[in-house]
Ligand binder design. Structure first.
Ligand code: ATP
Ligand code: FE2
Length: 327
């Protein structure tokens, strides 16, 4: 069975093709890079509209399949930016109707977790999902994927990107800060805000920018932001694992590419006799393969959608999905 998935919740539009063993046959994408400032939903949607058909063709070429060989079309149904979601859903519906194949709408956050289970040895992990817009600790409990902790304000990636932008660095700032942090030596005081199982990052952003104006070095700032922010994330992830008595932790989202975050979570896991899993980078960032694979799991588990059920949901919550394929 071959599934094609289209991702397009935010600034990345991606198309992936996977088979029933979670072999990724193609995973191609294109990303909007705003010249300055953040992303504008309408502009990102226009970008996705131009890019999606060439990407579908490219994915088929890379996979070495004809579109007619596909058995299923999946797309990211939410959460995300309305115009982007609608553009991608329209493309998916057109493809499904043209090929006369079933269509499945996929929850983006659940897809980050499922692709990790698909390509690593993790069976029932706690997922630390850390991306630009999202920061959540997710695990399967009582038939659903549930959010055990999340950011109360901005996503971790957004915080890194905004800090970098204000300091004159290009987008995306996260990987640049990771490099700078390697030469940091002094841990500067930044707010450590963990509230119950939740975290908050906007206070840290404000404090870091104030320290920058005082002339602190970018290396020390990048180092300190990573140390404090990642310690917060590791703490709430550990608490979820303890609560669930779970000995697997999976990383997902673009920030999961960060070696220092991986190192901290790995150390925490090792200390409690647990294991950490990290999918390859192109399956951590927003990508079509994770949508294709989750769509395939859903379809195999009996999920069927008619076109009227493919309406997008900007606020599609992780725990709204009845994960019947896990039963
Ligand atoms: P979402 O998944 O919430 O829709 P997104 O489109 O921003 O958001 P991703 O493509 O998963 O999601 O991740 C992009 C983010 O990952 C950016 O904020 C970027 O700075 C961050 N990032 C990528 N690599 C690294 C790294 N090595 N260290 C820190 N952050 C990183
Ligand atoms: Fe994502």
């Amino acid at each position: 069975m071959l599934a094609l998935g289209i991702e397009g919740t935010a600034h990345t539009v991606g198309v992936g093709i996977v088979d029933e063993t979670c072999r990724v046959l193609a995973n191609v994408y294109d990303m909007v890079r705003p010249e300055k400032g953040g992303i504008h939903p309408r502009e990102a949607a226009n970008h996705h509209a131009d890019a999606v058909v060439p990407l579908i063709r490219k994915a088929a070429d890379v996979a070495g399949v004809d579109l007619g060989d596909l058995d299923l079309v999946a797309f990211s149904q939410g959460p995300g930016l309305g115009p982007c979601l609608r553009t991608v859903a329209t493309a998916a519906r057109a493809l499904a109707v043209a090929l006369d194949r079933p269509i499945v709408g996929v929850n983006h956050c659940v897809a980050h977790l499922e692709i990790g289970r698909g390509v690593t040895a993790a069976k029932d992990p706690v997922l630390l999902y850390v991306s630009g817009g999202n920061t959540q600790v997710i695990a399967f409990a009582r038939g659903r994927y549930r959010v055990f902790g999340e950011t109360l304000d901005i996503g971790i990636g957004n915080m890194l990107d905004k800090f970098a932008r204000e300091c004159g660095l290009p987008f995306p700032g996260g990987p640049i800060l990771e490099k700078l942090a390697r030469d940091g030596r002094t841990l500067l005081p930044l707010p450590y805000s963990v509230k119950g199982m939740d975290v908050a990052f906007s206070g840290m952003l404000t404090a870091a920018l104030a320290l920058r104006r005082e002339g602190k070095s970018m290396e020390d700032l990048a180092f300190s932001i990573q140390e404090v922010a990642f310690a917060m994330l590791t703490e709430v992830t550990e608490r979820a694992m303890a609560h669930l008595d779970n000995d697997e932790v999976l990383l997902g989202g673009g920030v999961a590419c960060n070696r220092r975050l991986q190192g901290m979570v790995d150390r925490m896991a090792a200390d409690r006799g647990a294991r950490m899993f990290v999918p390859p980078g192109d399956l951590c960032i927003d990508n079509g393969a994770m949508i294709a694979w989750t769509g395939l799991l859903m379809h195999r588990g009996g999920v069927r959608m008619n076109l009227s059920e493919t309406v997008v949901d900007q606020r599609y919550r992780t725990d709204e999905v009845a994960a019947i394929w896990r039963a």
